[in-house]
Design a binder for this molecule. Sequence first.
Ligand code: MG
Length: 374
Amino acid sequence: MPDLAPYAVGDGNSHGRAFVEPRPKARSEFQRDRDRIVHSTAFRRLEYKTQVFVNHEGDLFRTRLTHSIEVAQIARSIARALHLNDDLAEAIALAHDLGHTPFGHAGQDALNECMREHGGFEHNLQSLRIVDRLEERYGAFDGLNLMFETREGILKHCSPARARQLGDLGRRFIEGSSPSLEAQICNLADEIAYNNHDVDDGLRSGVLTLEQLQEISLFARHAAEVDAEFPEIAGRRRVHETIRRMIDAQVTDLLAESARCISEAAPNSLEDVHRAPEMIDFTPAMKDENRALKSFLRENLYHHYQVLRMTTKARRVIQELFNAFVDNPRLLPPQYLDLAAHEGIARATADYIAGMTDRYSMKEHRRLFSVGEY
Ligand code: MG
């Protein structure tokens, strides 16, 4: 990799893999992680998992898979511009949503409620559990045996109580140290991706209108720029040209502010990065604009009645599936009974449900609850 900064994560300064393996022949360790994630079962499932709109509502809406690819693309660009490890940034981004349940946040909230007495359910921790334990692809170990820094990036947040059970990986949540700059980039690349694609999907679905978006400075000022440059522009092309500029403005702002923070903190090593406060950030002005866009989306898109109808239904599907399996474990596929023998029926059921795609969970619900389906 050409000219990585001395504080970037590399094969040489990494904490490595839990299970020691021979070095890859023609790739870096983090390229290997990225490749392992792309080949995993959990990654393919992302195609049929809801981001905001349920997959079957329309072919053009984002799914968790296309969302993750957009995050990876944004994270790579930022990492490369800052001379950081873009393979690591890509690996974290592609894996960051692996633990999501069907039906997006509604699904996660429902499953967390079901698991209240059994240690809870959190999609971040579930992503980690998938790459550490649940994927069954290698003869020598469970999971994908990813590099420490990839796993660190996947575990975006974590309660101190839970962190204490996670050994080295949990330490930063107890000590208050920072993750790698590559991990910090992924958090904000995630935000850039969903804020912008949710505007696009919201408009496409008709749930959001252009008039409403005029209240949002980030949208309004770029739309005005587009209108000034292309007086004839209209329709989808105007929306896309506006959103393209919003993404570009956010990435450009993040790059400038982060470069400034890095040069001010002047880290010389990865250790310096861990010890210092986080350095990847937007300017205060851009943060304000982002906050306004986020609360607009919460109010007008995520809490829109058409979306709420879906999330209410999703909650019921997940609760009913969970109760059915916990009440009668023999309804579970046999491999989950093995897991239940080690980790209890509740956790095994949560793993099974979290792994489901939207349509699979609905099918499973019909198989269990409708007469005439099997
Ligand atoms: Mg995400």
